[in-house]
Design a protein. Sequence first.
Length: 306
Amino acid sequence: MAIEVRALCKSFGSVQVLKDLSFRVPKGSITGFLGPNGAGKTTTLKLLLGLLYKDRGQVRLFGEEIETRPPQALKRRIGYLAEEPLFPPQLTGWEVLALVAENYGLSNRAKAKELLTMFQLEDAAGRKVASYSRGMKQKLGLACALLPEPELLILDEPVSAMDPAGRRQVLTLLGDLAGSTTVFFSSHILADVERVCQRVIVIKKGRKLLESSLDELTGRTDYYLKLKDTEGEGLKYIEQDPAVSSVQAEGEGYKVKVKEEMLQHFRTKTLLALLQKGVELVEVKPRAEQLEEVYLNLLEEGDENV
C-alpha cells in the first residue's frame, strides 16, 4: 500500500476534526478524496505529510510510519501541492523550482525547464511569483510537486484556480500517471474525480462514509439486459458466466451485476457468446449513475450516522 491510515484522530482545542478515520490507498492508483467543507480533508493530507501532530492513530506511507518530519529518503518519494501554494514573493518561478530542487538534493535543470514548458510558464519563469495569478501559482506548485518524479502525489484541490484548458491539461496528466505514480487528491469538482479516478474515499465531519472503487460506487458494474430467449439458454449462460456475480429479474429483463475485474470480458466475450447462441439482445443498458448523484445521496444518508 502507498497510504495506510488507521483510527486517526485529530482535534484543535475542543473541536474534534478527525474521528477514528481509517483508509488505504493502493500503489499506482488514482484516488479521489471527497467530502463537504469542514470534513477534515486538508487536515488529513497534512497529517499524511507530518505537517501536523496527530492525537492518536497511525499513518504509514510505503510501510513507514509517519509522525512529523518524514526522513529525507521518504520525502524524496513524495510530491505535495497545497490548495493555495505559497512562495517567497521576491523569487522568480525559475528560482522557486531551483530552491525545491536544492531541497530534494537534485541538480536536473532540464527537468525543471521541461515542467515550466509543460505548464506554459516558460515565458513567466523570469518574473517574480508575486505577479503570478492564482492559477499560475497552482501550476508552479504542481511543477514543484512533480520535480522529484515522486512515487506518490498528494494534492489538495489541484485545479481549483485553473481555467478549463488548464484543468483539462492537469487532469490528463494525472490520468497518464495511473499505474506508475500513486495520486491521492482532494476535490470539490466531482466531474474531475469521475474523469480520472479509479477509487474514491468520502468523509464527513471527520468520519469515513465510504471507501470504494468508482465503478462499484456508481453502478458501472450493473447492466440491464432484455433478451429474446425462448429456450432460456441465454439466461442459463449468463448465470453460469464467470464474469457475472448475480442475476435478478427486473421488469421484462434482468439486472446483471458484473465482477469489476471482468467488465471487459462481459462487454465483449459474454455478449458475443449470447449472440452466437442465437439469443437476441433486445436491450443492453449500463445502469451507471453520475458520481454527483451518488455522492449527494451518500452525504444525506451519512447525516444519520455521523
